[in-house]
Ligand binder design. Structure first.
Ligand code: AMP
Length: 294
């Protein structure tokens, strides 16, 4: 396990010297199948993988769940070990052995005293999640850029689950010429359709049962657009919202039918729309989305 950025860099340099391609999987821990799917994607596409586990304080607002965010390092490491990713630091990924390292920095390692730089990505970070979480994406962009530069990894793997986050990371990488490839991996869901999330554990039994309406509302939107050929975004949005409201404890923060690159709200649904939503159950805020190709 690596804890300093210097050791992280040495690890990647040593892999590069061996001619290996290095993948990077940034996480906040509390690992589940969704995270593991990113590790698997990296193991398939790269020769070595770094999984970072860091609950990044700068992406939490003052009234958000930074303090209570689950920290389960032992469990995370044993999960990676059980699936074979960390066995003796190596796993067998097809023809080649794939090294998997874990990077677990402290807060002061990432933000030493006097740290005073932040990355602000423009308009795409101001809407949707950015509206209710004003400094969230600034915190995300700053820590992600720092991880990219500290590691010098070749490819980074992100989940579609946080779709807006990927749009922001892609924009930052393109605007600032960061030499890294960004790969988006599909959303991993529970058998009933709920997108896996470290925050699902906050849900009460009743909220957990109700939370299935999120993916159901996305499926409904998909049916309307793909099967019924409906192109009126407002009608699709209304239907999705109605479906979510069948759950008595659901409080909708937003449902958006948007362009999947700019995230600008659509009036008429065209080629590659994304439907994004954020819904609260009690104090737990859940997000989900669906990207369509028409
Ligand atoms: P987090 O630990 O929540 O910051 O997530 C770390 C990475 O895992 C992000 O790129 C997320 O998009 C991704 N991720 C989280 N949940 C899922 C999921 N259910 N399916 C796929 N990727 C996910």
């Amino acid at each position: 396990m690596l804890t300093s950025t210097a050791d992280l860099r040495s690890f990647v340099v040593s892999q590069h010297k061996l001619g290996k391609k290095v993948g990077f999987v940034p996480t906040m821990g509390a690992l589940h199948e969704g995270h593991l799917s990113l590790v698997e994607a990296s193991a398939k596409q790269c020769d070595a993988t770094v999984v970072s586990i860091f609950v990044n304080p700068s992406q939490f607002g003052p009234n958000e769940d930074f303090q209570r965010y689950p920290r389960t390092l032992e469990n995370d490491l044993s999960l990676l070990q059980k699936t074979g990713y960390l066995q003796a630091g190596y796993m067998t990924g097809g023809e080649q052995d794939t090294a998997v390292e874990v990077f677990v920095p402290s807060i002061t390692e990432m933000y030493p005293a006097g740290f005073d730089t932040s990355i602000h990505v423009g308009s795409v970070s101001q809407i949707l999640e950015g509206k209710s979480r004003p400094l969230h994406f600034q915190g995300v962009a700053t820590v992600v850029l720092k991880l990219f530069l500290a590691s010098q990894a070749d490819t980074a793997f992100f989940g579609q689950k946080d779709f807006q986050q990927i749009c922001i990371v892609r924009k930052m990488v393109s605007d600032l010429n960061v030499p890294i490839e960004i790969v988006m991996c599909p959303i991993v869901r529970e058998p009933d359709g709920l997108a896996m999330s470290s925050r699902n554990r906050y849900l009460s039994a009743s909220e957990r049962r109700q939370a299935v309406v999120l993916s159901q509302s996305l499926r409904l939107a998909e049916m309307m657009i793909v099967q019924d050929n409906i192109r009126d975004a407002a009608a699709v949005k209304r239907a999705a919202e109605q479906k979510i409201r069948t759950a008595p404890d659901a409080v909708i923060e937003y449902v958006s039918v948007a362009d999947s690159v700019t995230l600008d709200e659509l009036q008429r649904i065209e080629s590659k729309p994304v439907i994004l939503l954020a819904v609260k159950f009690g104090t737990t805020r859940l997000i989900d989305n669906l990207v369509l190709s028409l």
